[in-house]
Design a protein around this ligand. Structure first.
Ligand SMILES: [Zn+2]
Length: 660
């Protein structure tokens, strides 16, 4: 009895990647509709099945399509935008500002189509995505004909597709509801990472994933910094923390897991979570070496992913598989670790399992969807072929084959590429449109890089403000005498504080840009201990706005914002040509004199050692007000008996440059 099939693949070196890693040479596969009827030795399959569509594979490798276990496909449009930077500068300084400006449903659709073209060409048939406007990612993916888990991003920051996380959650719910029964796209919710989400977001995302029984996609322990912070803030590493938020009740796909210990691996295993290992991204961003062999030994399902094309910078899974194997060997000093067959398994059947799609794809077995590829293994770089050991076939694919050796791709029983020709996408058009987006992004960044102020604003989440101050600074020889003088009648002390301050001044080639001051204020309590620490960023106008009354100065501060990043971040982001660091002890009185408020600062300059300075300041809004305050400042200098200002400067930088 012969049975009819839509397609009959014959004359192939068939690598099934099934449980027993069956290979057949020559092997054959029968496909009906969207699924595989049978796979096995050619003689058997030819006896059992008949088809009008016989595909003679010409001795090529016939294998399951590759599974890209973690990516952000629309970021193809940002490929090569900013490289060789630390993760925070790359993300907060470039990716997020550009995304806020450009990411739209159209952007996401184009980026996804471009990524699909690249992935089809390199033999990827399934990918796991996380991005914004995920409904548009899903639509473009379905149009291209690829299989994907599409994760709608949720995080605590405003996103290109949602002003607040409540909106992202609502968007995720609607997206999942719309796509949950699709034949190619499995919708999911993607809380970006534990550090970019609140406990409420994590809990809500978990219950949403459970309500619809869909995966939950999240970045976990990508950097040591993330783990250190988690320990500091919550007294535990990342995996116990997400467990505490109920995340592991859902079908989790944990991307990265670079810095997790064996206890955390066991927790993930018990939760049946999948892991996505991203070799190129971890290497490029110097995130560390994921303990892949340990995870595999414990029995975790570990897939391999490219991560986004802005941090890789491509979606080439052949390269990832090879790197996964090489890194595991090099980092463990053991060349027997992660052999070729295991690496390829991670990129196929195990990768599908990690995405909770193991029942559908990842191997060539009866009943699974027809997601398969043909790989040419006779080009010069991939010749000859040995047959003595079944592992030779895997080694040939993992260590020598290139993604360009993929000639044909079928997903869900439909051809997406035949003999290197894409059938569902117009590649030329996509490349042209991507060029146009790149031109606009370049223009945006060129404009932004023109000034320190616009670079500051681009970081977002900051406060823009212009303020003027009447101020004077005087060298003080007898600080204790001055402290006594402040206590005289006529000066009402409203408040007193003691700070230890560390200032980093960033200077730029063009002096009209002003100077950027990163200040860390340590508030000192009565016992002389640090009570609290805060950091602020101020862009100081360099030009004196005017000198009024005697030696009193009107100065301008153009921008004031809480510093949410480290001084190191701002240094790498702004790339100052010169930097000056100052350390001082500051006694700060908020006083009222003749009904007007002033701040009186007595600074003891520690680094460089410059003695004591008195600073008297008051905010002002009009020229008339400034003149009045300037008179009061001079009266104050008289009654404090510090003499007239010899050096009137805006800040210590000028004193330093004047004194050489
Ligand atoms: Zn990622």
């Amino acid at each position: 009895m012969t049975q009819k099939a839509d397609f009959l693949f014959t004359n192939a070196l068939l690598l099934t990647m099934d449980r027993d890693l069956h290979q057949y040479d020559p092997g054959a596969v029968a496909v009906q509709g969207d699924f595989i009827l049978a796979a096995g030795p050619e003689s058997e399959i030819k006896n059992e099945f008949l088809s009008t569509e016989i595909i003679d594979c010409g001795r090529k490798v016939l294998m399951p399509g590759l599974v890209n276990a973690h990516t952000h496909v629309p970021m193809t449009l940002l490929r090569g935008l900013a490289d060789d930077l630390r993760l925070d500068v790359w993300l907060m300084g470039y990716m997020l500002p550009v995304e806020r400006e450009f990411v739209s449903p159209e952007f996401v659709r184009l980026g996804t189509l471009l990524a699909c073209a690249e992935q089809i060409r390199s033999g990827v048939t399934t990918f796991n995505d996380m991005y914004y406007f995920e409904g548009d990612v899903a639509q473009a993916t379905a149009d291209a004909g690829l299989r994907a888990v599409c994760g709608q991003t949720v995080m605590k920051y405003p996103a290109p597709d949602a002003p607040a996380y409540e909106d992202s959650l609502a968007r995720a719910r609607e997206f999942i509801r719309t796509w949950k029964d699709h034949s190619l796209v499995l919708p999911s919710v993607a809380p970006h990472a534990p550090y970019s989400c609140t406990p409420e977001i994590l809990q809500a995302a978990a219950s949403l994933a459970m309500e619809f029984d869909v995966p939950l996609h999240i970045h976990i322990s990508e950097t040591a910094f993330e783990v250190d912070n988690m320990r500091k803030e919550n007294g535990m590493p990342v995996v116990p923390y997400i467990k505490k938020q109920g995340l592991l009740e859902a079908k989790v796909i944990a991307a990265h897991c670079v810095h997790i210990d064996s206890g955390e691996m066991r927790t993930l295993l018990h939760a049946n979570a999948g892991v996505a290992h991203n070799p190129s991204s971890n290497l490029k961003l110097a995130s560390g070496f994921a303990p892949v062999q340990k995870m595999l030994d414990l029995g975790l399902s570990v897939g391999i992913g490219t991560d986004g094309p802005a941090s890789n910078n491509d979606l080439d899974m052949f390269e990832e598989v090879r790197l996964a194997s090489f890194i595991a060997k090099a980092s463990s000093n053991d060349p027997t670790v992660l052999p070729a067959a295991m690496a390829l398994l991670m990129a196929t059947r195990m990768g599908a399992q990690a995405l909770h799609l193991g029942h559908l794809t990842g191997s060539i077995e009866a009943g699974k969807r027809a997601d398969l590829i043909l790989v040419h293994t006779s080009p010069a770089h991939n010749t000859p072929r040995f047959r003595r050991d079944p592992n030779n076939a895997y080694a040939q694919l993992v260590y020598a084959a290139k993604s360009t050796d993929v000639t044909d791709v079928m997903v869900n029983g439909k051809w997406l590429m035949r003999d290197h020709k894409l059938l569902t996408l117009n590649e030329t058009e996509l490349v042209e449109q991507a060029r146009e987006i790149a031109r606009k992004v370049d223009q945006f960044l060129i404009e932004r890089e023109k000034s320190v102020l616009s670079k500051l604003i681009a970081l977002g989440g900051s406060m823009e403000q212009e303020s003027f101050e009447v101020q004077v600074k005087v060298k003080v020889e007898e600080p204790n005498r001055l402290i006594q003088k402040i206590k005289q009648p006529g000066i009402e002390v409203q408040a007193f504080k003691h700070y230890h301050q560390y200032d980093d001044y960033f200077m730029f080639d063009d002096p009209t840009q002003g100077r950027l001051r990163f200040r860390e204020d340590n508030l000192i309590n009565e016992r002389g201990e640090v009570e609290s620490v805060r950091s602020r960023l101020t862009l100081l106008g360099l030009k004196r706005e005017g000198e009024i009354g005697h030696d009193v100065l009107l100065s301008r501060s153009r921008f004031l914002a809480p510093a949410v990043h480290t001084a190191r971040f701002y240094r790498e982001y702004f790339k100052p040509v010169r930097e000056v660091s100052i350390e001082k002890d500051r006694l700060r009185w908020h006083i009222r004199y003749k009904g007007t408020d002033f701040f009186v600062n007595l600074d003891h300059m520690k680094k460089p050692d410059m003695g004591h300075f008195l600073e008297v300041k008051s905010r002002t809004w009009s020229r008339k007000d400034a003149d009045h305050k300037a008179d009061l400042v001079n009266e104050l200098l008289d009654i404090l008996d510090v003499g007239r200002a010899e050096t009137v400067t805006q800040d210590y930088i000028e004193i330093l440059s004047e004194s050489g």
